[in-house]
Design a protein around this ligand. Structure first.
Ligand code: GLN
Length: 533
């Protein structure tokens, strides 16, 4: 294919309609059509990235191979199109303004008055065009926020100009809500009409309208949307509430959304074969599946978005092992010696996810101890590994004051600490080990039996590390260090061979789990959890 094509997703009426899922689902369909697809997100906020934002506000921070801290939609994109993305796939207003202002300070604008139009919009357009290379056939760009927001206006203006300059190669998809009014028993298209009008007033006529609704839309409603929003009849696509996010590509495919897109872009269509995807979705919903209860002990318990990739990785592995997962979110602060049995006595597996800060540490140690003592499958991720180390030091190695320096800088037994060279960096403002690193697996370990290769690459996002001073002591007490950095200095994975499945890693395996290729550590964890039923 010669020329790169562009698809822009805007949203209307309300936020949280699942624009990211819709964009990712179209990505799946186009990928199955044989095209090489990338997806990028424009976030209109002024933070440079979500790395410093509270997970309560913004959900999980997703980390790419190249160490960029990104919006959680990037996780959906990667999982759906089964492609690793990078820092060029998540652009914030903060990044755009930062670069423009730096250029201004360097004098790059040669004395011009620097303005939103054209300088900011040109910068945005350059972030779209950056994907124009021989490895990408189609770029899908999701504009965060809702049409009419002040913040997203420069992005909307930029895509309008982009289309003006590349008309043949662009498609605009507008995602809206079609509410159902119980009182009159009918769907209402007026909000969609208004939102489309708003989009047109800033110069963009959508080619496709995706209507989110509670129940499937009938033909008359679709016809009405087509007529009043001025799109072709087959370009109104219904996206009713689905059983899972992985059903959405199938719902869009049934209505031929990929066909409409290919037609508009002048792309050849093939008969795409979604058999593997369909099988995964069927397995996921199979009523004969056995049900497993997995406890996730975290700091943010009322918002599953905070640990989104962990929940998705569990679902992927579960579907491949014909089981259903009931996640029991447990607030670590609720776990005390006298309550731990009530919370964890019935679960088939215990997972401690990543996290920062002291709150809930004691409860996480309680949960880990419970898993170790009661032979309950345990998976520790990042902070979860550090907790497993602290618990082992306190209760097996006889170091009751062992701690991470993150929670007790003056601890006499800093089993989790900062590496000497890191200490300096932290004093200069702090940085983390971010992105993909190589890990070497020791033979004849449980870890080695899980991965197909002894050299693996996993993504990191943390500051502290296992303190190697304690390694020998831990080994004598039965802990195996089964994954190490290539220079053998950094501990990446620990395990307890005396336990059915007690494994914890310094990296975040959840970021690399995909629906059709579940992650080996989650597969091992659920295989062990299944044996508990
Ligand atoms: N707070 C820990 C650290 O910085 C763990 C981070 C995490 O779990 N992502 O090392």
């Amino acid at each position: 294919m010669s020329k790169t094509k562009y698809i822009f997703f805007t949203g209307g009426v309300v936020s949280s309609l699942g624009k990211g899922i819709a964009a990712a689902s179209l990505g799946v369909l186009l990928k199955y059509q044989g095209y090489r697809v990338t997806i990028q997100k424009f976030d209109p906020y002024l933070n440079i990235d979500p790395g410093t934002m509270s997970p309560y506000q913004h959900g999980e921070v997703f980390v790419t191979d190249d160490g960029c801290e990104t919006d959680l939609d990037l996780g959906h994109y990667e999982r759906f199109i089964d492609t690793s993305l990078n820092r060029s796939n998540n652009i914030t207003s903060g990044m755009v303004y930062w670069d423009v202002l730096n250029k201004e300070r360097r004098g790059d604008y040669l004395g011009a008055t620097v303005q939103i139009v054209p300088h900011i919009t040109n910068e945005i357009k350059s972030r779209i065009a950056v994907h124009n290379d021989e490895n990408v056939d189609i770029v899908i760009t999701e504009i965060g926020g809702t049409v009419g927001d002040i913040e997203s206006l420069p992005f909307i203006e930029a895509i309008r100009q982009f289309q003006y300059e590349n008309d043949e190669d662009c498609v605009h998809v507008h995602l809206t809500l079609v509410p159902f009014l119980e009182s009159s028993g009918e769907f209402k298209t007026k909000p969609t009409q208004h939102s489309t009008k708003e989009l047109r007033s800033i110069g963009i006529q959508p080619d496709i309208i995706v209507c989110r609704s509670h129940l499937p839309l009938d033909k008359d409603i679709k016809r009405k949307v087509a007529m009043f929003c001025d799109v072709k009849g087959d370009a109104v696509i219904g996206a009713h509430n689905a059983k899972s996010i992985y059903d959405v590509p199938l719902i869009l495919e049934q209505q031929g959304m990929d066909r409409v897109v290919c037609h508009k872009l002048g792309l050849a269509e093939s008969k795409s074969d979604l058999a593997h995807w369909k099988r995964f979705v069927q397995n996921m919903h199979d009523p004969t599946n056995i049900s497993l209860t997995i406890a996730i002990v975290g700091k943010y318990t009322n918002l599953s978005d905070c640990y989104l990739s962990v929940a998705e990785a569990l679902k992927h592995a579960a579907a491949h092992q014909n089981c259903n997962i009931q996640i029991q979110w447990i607030n670590a602060e609720d776990l005390r010696p006298e309550t731990v049995d009530t919370y964890l006595g019935h679960v088939h597996g215990i997972l401690i996810p990543g996290g920062f800060g002291e709150r809930g540490i004691d409860g996480k140690i309680q949960a880990t101890r419970y898993a170790r003592d009661h032979a309950i499958p345990f998976l520790g991720l990042c902070l979860g590994m550090q907790i497993a180390v602290i618990e082992f030091a306190q209760h097996v190695c006889g170091l009751p004051d062992a701690m991470s320096v993150e929670f007790d800088p003056g601890t006499a037994n800093p089993v989790i600490h900062l590496m000497a060279n890191q200490e300096e960096v932290v004093n200069k403002g702090g940085t983390m080990r971010l992105g993909q690193y190589e890990c070497h697996i020791h033979p004849n370990t449980q870890l080695a039996s899980l991965y197909p290769s002894n050299v693996i690459f996993e993504r990191h996002r943390h500051r502290y590390e296992f303190n190697p001073v304690y390694k020998e002591m831990f080994e004598k007490k039965g802990m195996v260090f089964s994954g190490m950095s290539p220079d053998q200095r950094l501990v990446e994975v620990i395990e307890l061979p005396s336990h059915p499945y007690f494994l914890a890693c310094q990296f975040h395996p959840e970021f690399k789990s995909r629906p059709l290729t579940p992650h080996p550590l989650f597969m091992g964890f659920l295989r062990a959890a299944r044996l508990m039923v």
